[in-house]
Write a new protein. Structure first.
Length: 568
């Protein structure tokens, strides 16, 4: 675990030295991240996208470093880079740089949170920068769907907003008499203080040295209350019994089912939502996807609570199921939903199973213990977010931990998976209508239909479960032996043994190479099959690719189980 201390006016500061096994690259690159507990949920209605705009404006120089390009220029000169992102309830700033230049980068970075200039003359340019980012999302069907869900949520609900921000929402606000600089200064003064900030610094120096830098450079951050901003939400996010059809940009058909759950951050050691996501999103025999593929209605399915702030907030957790449909499946929307509720009945009748939770626990522990190296700034940003979500003992481990089995909590959570609490979205290029409505920010075309009450009642009272649907079998691919077979080696490539040819036959060669460098209990297996004439013509190429895809699809139910513990 990292050492955690109360630093000056900052609530929690984590400083890291290279002894964390995932940070062996820190000798070359150091990093830092600051997470502030305010985001787009706090945008005023008259200036939507303001929190995102404030994020941009912090880069526009400070009292000590007035040049707008000073921070980015310093990082780029010293092999580094920076970025930032605004979520619904937090905003995160992060950078990485060659380790010997960390102190200089921190000096410039700290001034974001001490004395930013937020120059009036830079505002118009940054509005265009925000607008440019928004334009990159215009053709993204997932973004268009998310904004439609926000736009059609209950009026006055914090979800009912346009968090991206663009020229229309920001410049339009100024044209309507809103003083944008005054608005962002108000947000900054109210929320950018030590009580709501979480700082992570990763460097090669000793912890004492890193700590002294933080105290010196961030000591002037103003004090503030540690009480997190509170939001009010009355009533449900969406009206039940509605089906939304959204015209897609790409030639796709997807069915998205969404259920609103209570906030579950407090239950992170139990992760009941992951238990349900594991089963509803399973791809093995007896799964909902396997059944729908057998009908010829679907090609893929994913389920769970998304990682982004709109799906995991202090207001609610939003559990989504996204099903990619075939042309036939597009005509069977209501049937697919009916079978979904049959599978949910199966889960209720079977009661929560502790052995399934134990599998998730084993997978989580493996993912944590043998996590792959990641970019230093990404890791810093991840930890700074975690400091807002978890107590200090689980800042690193919180995303992976499955500590407490709570069957009652899972059973209670399943009570929210009802038709009345379900939103239905169909995204397809095939949607045709003369009564399209338009979502104002993306310009997306959509129509709204009432789901027949008889169907709602049928789904609510599923009495039968198709015999093809059943719980997954135990996962035989989860390992228990993690002993290392590699001989002692200093990692020098010249001293390592070469690959060995174990089988050498006319039609098959089998090579084996022992890992003597990283010494982790992970095996990589590669197959190369040479087919004469497989790509000798356009027709052969097409048939070969078709065969490969069919083979993958046929093996998926087995491979899916084996891949469950390879998330990292």
């Amino acid at each position: 675990m990292p050492e955690t201390k109360a630093m000056s006016t900052l609530d929690n500061v984590v400083v890291k030295s290279p002894n964390d096994r995932r940070l062996y690259r820190v000798i070359e690159l150091a990093a830092a991240a600051m997470c502030v507990a305010m985001g787009s949920f706090l945008d005023p209605p008259e200036a939507q996208g303001l929190a995102h705009f404030l994020e941009h404006m912090l880069f526009m120089g400070s009292t000590e470093f007035p040049d707008e390009n000073e921070y980015d220029s310093y990082l780029s000169k010293h092999g580094g880079s920076s970025n930032a992102y605004t979520e619904m309830e937090h905003t995160c700033y992060h950078f990485e740089v060659k380790r010997e230049f960390l102190q200089g980068a921190l000096k410039r970075f700290s001034q974001f949170f001490v004395a930013p200039l937020m120059k009036t003359e830079a505002m118009e340019r940054e509005v265009l920068a925000v607008d440019s980012e928004f334009n990159q999302a215009l053709q993204n069907d997932a973004c268009r769907l998310q904004q439609l869900q926000c736009y059609t949520s209950a009026r006055g609900h914090p979800f009912n907003r346009f968090s991206w921000g663009n020229k229309k929402s920001l410049s339009g606000a100024m044209e309507n008499g809103v003083d944008l600089r005054e608005c962002i200064m108000k947000l900054y003064k109210e929320y950018y203080h030590g009580g709501l900030m979480k700082l992570v610094v990763i460097g090669g120096e000793s912890l004492d040295t890193l700590e002294s830098w933080v105290v010196e450079l961030f000591g002037e951050v103003k004090n503030g209350s540690k009480i997190m901003p509170t939001l009010e939400a009355k009533g449900p996010i969406w009206e039940g019994g509605k089906l939304y059809r959204l015209e897609a940009v790409k030639d796709v058909h997807t069915l998205d089912l969404t259920w609103t759950l209570p906030p579950l951050r407090h239950a992170y050691v139990k992760k009941p939502e992951d238990y349900l996501a594991h089963l509803l999103g399973h791809e093995g025999k007896g799964s909902l996807l396997s059944f729908l593929k057998g009908k010829g209605w679907a090609t893929s399915l994913s389920a769970g609570v998304g990682d982004d702030g709109i799906n995991r907030s202090s207001l609610a957790y939003v559990f989504g199921m996204s099903i990619h449909l075939t042309d036939s499946g597009l005509e069977k929307i209501y049937d697919i939903i009916a079978y979904t509720y049959q599978y949910l009945k199966l889960l209720r009748d079977a009661s929560p199973q502790e052995w399934i939770f134990k599998e998730l626990q084993d997978i989580g522990n493996m993912d944590f213990r043998y996590a792959e190296e990641q970019a230093a700034d990404d890791y810093a940003a991840e930890l700074s977010e975690n400091m807002l979500a978890y107590p200090v003992e689980h800042i690193i481990y919180g995303d992976y931990v499955y500590q407490t089995w709570d069957s009652k909590m899972i059973a209670d959570l399943m009570g929210f998976f009802t038709p009345k609490n379900m939103r239905i979205d169909v995204v397809s290029k095939s949607i045709k209508s003369e009564e399209f409505q338009t979502e104002p920010w993306f310009g997306s075309h959509y129509i709204v239909e009432d789901v027949p009450l008889a169907l709602m009642e049928t789904w609510s009272n599923s009495s039968e479960v198709d015999n093809s649907l059943h719980l997954p079998s135990e996962n035989q691919f989860i390992p228990s032996d993690f002993s290392i077979r590699a001989t002692s080696s200093d990692g020098d490539l010249k001293s390592q043994s070469p690959p060995k040819c174990i089988i050498d036959e006319p039609l098959m060669k089998f090579w084996y190479k022992l890992d003597e460098t990283f010494k982790v209990p992970r095996a990589n297996t590669y197959f190369r099959i040479n087919l004469k004439g497989a790509y000798g013509s356009v027709k052969n190429s097409l048939l070969t690719e078709l065969f490969i895809n069919l083979l993958k699809d046929e093996l998926n139910e087995i491979i899916y189980q084996a891949s469950q513990y390879s998330k990292t």
